[in-house]
Design a protein around this ligand. Structure first.
Ligand code: FAD
Ligand code: MLT
Ligand code: ZN
Length: 484
């Protein structure tokens, strides 16, 4: 370690306390949890994990890194819950990156019932926001399977989607204000609870979805909505993707704004939950290619919700879009059905390493996309297994590829990942879609993006990055590559 690096680490210790600067040299310290991503696609090596306890400490850490960058070559990787699907929050292998963990900034700062807003520090776990809102009679409608460990800062960093986007939008739509530490270590307090503010460029929305490349989000003011009087869940068997899309149209018509969830799940994906989590009783999947999970939220009453849902399911059956279905009778049944859906990524991970595609396509074109792309993949790589599920209500499919049964998954990925990605992303492009709907770009897709995004858009993105972070201190090699 150079003198400059030693001096930087010493300075960081003075800012956050010695026990909040963790390094490989500390006896008995294992940094693996911060260095390894959730999907086990990358295991980097951090110079240090730094855990500030306040916005002022974050600012001091960033400023110190910025001052020493020329001498040390250091850069910063912000990390919340480390649930990124695209290797966005872990260090690379250089040993020069500092993981800036936001996990100690975990307080809800305010709930303004009159303004229907909640302000929380960035390291606050999503579930804490949900519970705080609920205790005050509100719903915080961001919901995803990682909600017990992901943080609101990470949700904002990735502009996360989840299972209620069809009604409430992505994280960006739920955010009214941010507090941010800039790459120079300055603090921008933009924590307004304003629903209208046209005073120039929209910095808040620029920082959201920037994946930590433009600054560190330290706190956010989020929108709350009234708690519905009732929420009901149904699980249906549908005979094809065409029918699933037709059912979505019917659900929009019948339920209007009451439709708060519309998730599609393929047969093989569900069979993985049944196999790896035998305690979950997966309904209906054995005899149908697709199941759809629907949720209705109603502001009148449970009876009203049930009547509406029954009307929808009857019409769906009459039109042949549904072949079978169950409506949860109780909250615990509804939870069990959602648990099956939320367990899909975990069951897929238990099956082994895999190639994930988090794509969006205009909803009307999804059936044809799936038919054409499935056929092309099967022809190119006979025996591969498709683990398909996702947020059909948002046109967002997790169109995932698992190695053929019995084949070594790591070897399959090494040999075929590029072929599979190219085939799928080319097809996505032909169907007018996006190669990342909600997970972001991270480092996993950073070298794919230039092949699929407009060069003009990429130039604008690079110009923004260079303007806000001219020395490439913040999460370099994620989203877009820039030369400094
Ligand atoms: P991290 O993984 O720690 O970081 C994610 C990115 O944000 C990184 O680039 C990081 O540098 C940056 N970042 C983190 N904190 C900050 C900050 N304070 N300021 C600036 N940048 C920051 N995503 C969806 O969109 N929809 C889903 O339904 C969904 N389901 C998931 C289910 C599972 C089981 C898992 C493991 C992941 C899922 N994800 C989903 C992916 C993931 O994006 C979300 O879990 C979440 O938004 C990431 O939050 P995090 O705190 O873990 O962020
Ligand atoms: C989900 O919808 O479950 C998440 O986006 C995670 C995944 O795609 O595996
Ligand atoms: Zn998802």
């Amino acid at each position: 370690m150079t003198d400059a690096t030693t001096a930087l680490l010493d300075e960081l210790r003075t800012h956050v306390g010695a026990h909040h600067v963790l390094t490989h040299d500390d006896p008995g310290t294992d940094l693996g949890a911060w260095e390894q991503d959730w999907r086990k696609r990358s295991h980097g090596r951090a110079l240090a994990v730094v855990r500030p306890g306040s916005t002022a400490e974050v600012a001091a850490v960033v400023a110190a890194c910025a001052r020493s960058q020329a001498a040390t070559g250091v850069s910063i990787v912000p990390q919340g819950g480390n649930t990124s699907m695209v290797v966005g929050a872990v260090p690379d292998a250089t040993g020069k990156q500092i993981v800036l963990s936001l996990q100690r900034l975990n307080q809800v700062l305010a709930l303004d019932a009159g303004n229907s807003t909640l302000t929380a520090q960035a390291g606050c776990v999503l579930q804490t926001l949900q519970h705080t809102a609920r205790d005050a009679g509100f719903l915080f409608p961001l919901s995803l399977a990682a909600e017990g460990s992901c943080t609101i800062g990470g949700n904002l960093g990735t502009n996360a989607g989840g299972t209620q986007v069809v009604r409430y939008g992505n994280t960006r739509e739920l955010c009214l204000g941010l507090e941010v530490v800039t790459p120079q270590g300055q603090i921008w307090n933009g924590l307004s609870g304003l629903r209208k503010d046209n005073t120039g460029y929209d910095l808040r929305n620029l920082l959201i979805g920037a994946e930590g490349t433009l600054g560190v989000i330290t706190a956010a003011t989020m929108k709350l909505v009234p708690l519905p009087a009732a929420q009901l869940t149904a699980w249906t068997a549908v005979p094809s993707m065409e029918h699933a899309v037709a059912l979505l149209g019917l659900a929009h018509k019948t339920l209007g704004a009451g439709l708060t969830g519309f998730e599609v799940m393929g047969q093989f994906a569900l069979s993985l939950v049944a196999r790896h989590m035998p305690a979950s009783k997966v309904p209906l999947y054995e005899t149908t290619p697709w199941c759809v999970l629907l949720e209705v939220s109603d502001h009148e009453s449970e009876e009203h919700a049930r009547a509406q849902f029954e009307r929808l399911l009857e019409a769906g059956m009459e039109q042949g879009n549904i072949t079978d279905g169950v409506v949860a009778e109780s909250l615990s049944q509804a939870k069990a059905l959602w648990q099956i859906r939320e367990n899909l990524p975990i069951a897929q991970a238990m099956e082994g390493l895999n190639i994930k595609h988090d794509i969006s396509i205009p909803i009307s074109r999804i059936p044809e996309f799936v038919r054409v792309t499935d056929a092309a993949l099967a022809q190119a790589l006979p025996g591969i297994r498709m683990v398909d599920f996702g947020h059909l209500g948002d046109g967002n499919l997790h169109y995932n590829v698992q190695a053929p049964a019995g084949e070594d998954a790591a070897a399959f990925l090494r040999a075929h990942e590029t072929t599979v990605n190219t085939l799928v992303f080319d097809s996505v492009t032909r169907f007018g879609g996006s190669i990342s709907a909600e997970h972001g770009i991270g480092s996993l897709k950073v070298d794919k993006l230039p092949g699929y995004k407009s060069p003009v858009a990429l130039d604008m993105m690079r110009a923004i990055k260079r303007a806000l972070d001219p020395t490439n201190l913040m999460n370099p090699g994620r989203v877009v590559r820039v030369q400094v």
